[in-house]
Design a protein around this ligand. Structure first.
Ligand code: AOS
Ligand code: ZN
Ligand code: ZN
Ligand code: ZN
Length: 424
């Protein structure tokens, strides 16, 4: 159920006049809008397969209906997003939630939809039906080697699925840790995890990367074996040049200075990329930019400055991914909002007057530094993002078009009111 191209054109036609007026204002004000537009068009954010259905919590789940019931339908949803915004051209799969039974067919479908397969995610935080050993007390850290081996084998299996689809990275998020003091020997847990990761690392193809995700707490509440960026970086450094630290914005203790973490990981050449989301308290997995868009901008400011300093390709050299899922919004509308928030923060970072900022920094002109940053942050760049989207073939106002065309109602009609996404 893809959107007819002519509907996008009609929508753009009707919104064009107002759009052009706003855009002209910006073009007058800013020097290099063309460069920014082409950077924006090249920038793609991967959609996690698990965000296409209602997330739910342990207290309940309230589906809006029409959710994708299998991998093909998840890809169909991402294709729809990509048609609307031309910036969601990749999907990130979670194994075993999304096992591609027929990889040839799945690859062909991806081609047809103009989608790429981003990082594949392993899952050793749940026990699967028919599994020999339980992960109740951890997976790669487990005291029992046979459990560790099962988790290692699973990760290698995930790499194989990824290879079949043309993925080039494995994201390892471990729920391993402990809930009570004394439960775990930290040193042994770390070393066992390292040995396990080394085996998985050994199975990576040459062109692959391993992303080691960290998380401060949950589901373990006393210690997490990969609990912060320091621990993740230790693993990544010991593993080798193909291992990197993945930053999920919701995985820090409250008020952590994430932009500083990002800047230093980038400096060390060890930043994998992101799981974008927003949070007020913990791993809330809320819509990107919904709680603290200024922080998102500050992160992108470090990214743009740091990537330019290292001569990196903005679009290609890091993994850009969303990791969100929640209860009350239409998942597709939510993802459109998230992608737009990321693009906006990126665009704002691109208009920061970096030479002036650096000069002010060297002169300890603190007031000027703040003025420069906030001048960028407070510029409304939505017309620029919309222009980039339209030039790439997308809609000026994707969310509006999604609603005008009653796309959710169409999905409900096709899949059913009770269609629940597979996965979590
Ligand atoms: C869990 O908190 C992490 O963010 C992982 O990235 C996880 O694999 C994903 O959120 C799906 O549950
Ligand atoms: Zn994550
Ligand atoms: Zn998370
Ligand atoms: Zn999260």
């Amino acid at each position: 159920m893809l959107l007819n191209r002519s509907l996008i054109d009609q929508h753009n036609e009707s919104a064009l006049k107002t759009h052009q007026l706003k855009l002209a204002g910006l073009q007058n004000e800013l020097p290099h809008t063309e460069g920014i537009i082409s950077l924006l068009s090249a920038f793609q954010v991967a959609i996690p397969s698990w965000a296409l259905g209602t997330g739910g919590t342990r207290f309940g789940r309230f589906s809006g209906g029409g959710e994708p019931r299998n991998l093909e339908e998840k890809m169909e949803d991402v294709a729809l997003l990509h048609q609307l915004n031309r910036s969601s051209g990749a999907i990130s799969l979670h194994i075993p939630w999304d096992i591609p039974e027929n990889p040839k067919h799945i690859r062909a479908l991806a081609n047809q939809y103009d989608l790429r397969f981003d990082a594949v995610n392993s899952n050793t935080f749940q026990d699967q039906p028919g599994q020999n050993y339980s992960y109740k007390f951890g997976s790669l850290q487990h005291v029992d080697k046979t459990v560790r081996q099962q988790a290692i084998d699973h990760n290698i299996e995930v790499i194989k699925h990824g290879i079949e689809l043309g993925s080039e990275s494995l994201t390892v998020w471990l729920s391993d840790g402990s809930c009570f003091p004394g439960q775990l020997n930290f040193r042994k847990a770390f070393q066992r995890t390292l040995e396990s990761l080394q085996e998985i690392y050994g199975a990576l193809p040459d062109n692959w990367k391993m992303f080691v995700e960290y998380k401060a707490f949950e589901p373990n509440f006393y210690s997490m074996t990969v609990g912060d960026w320091g621990q993740s970086l230790l693993f990544a450094n010991k593993l080798g040049p193909k291992a990197f630290t993945l930053v999920d914005l919701g995985h820090h203790l409250p008020n952590a200075n994430i932009e500083q973490i990002v800047s230093l990981l980038l400096m060390e050449g060890k930043l994998a990329g992101f799981h974008f989301n927003d949070s007020k308290y913990g791993d809330d997995d809320l819509t990107v930019g919904s709680i603290n868009p200024y922080q998102l901008f500050l992160i992108f400011n470090e990214l743009v400055e740091g990537m330019n300093a290292r001569g990196m390709n903005h679009a290609k050299d890091l993994g850009w991914m969303i990791d969100a899922s929640h209860n009350v919004k239409d998942p597709l509308e939510d993802l459109l909002q998230s992608v737009e928030a990321i693009q906006l923060a990126y665009a704002q970072a691109l208009i920061v007057d970096t030479p002036a900022l650096q000069k002010a920094q060297e002169n300890n002109d603190v007031v000027r530094c703040q003025e420069i940053l906030q001048a960028a942050y407070r510029t409304d760049l939505r017309p620029l993002v919309a222009e980039a989207r339209m030039r790439a073939g997308g809609a000026l106002q994707p969310l509006q078009l999604f609603r005008e065309q009653e796309l959710r109602q169409q999905l409900i009609k096709a899949r059913g009111e009770k269609a629940i996404a597979t996965g979590l």
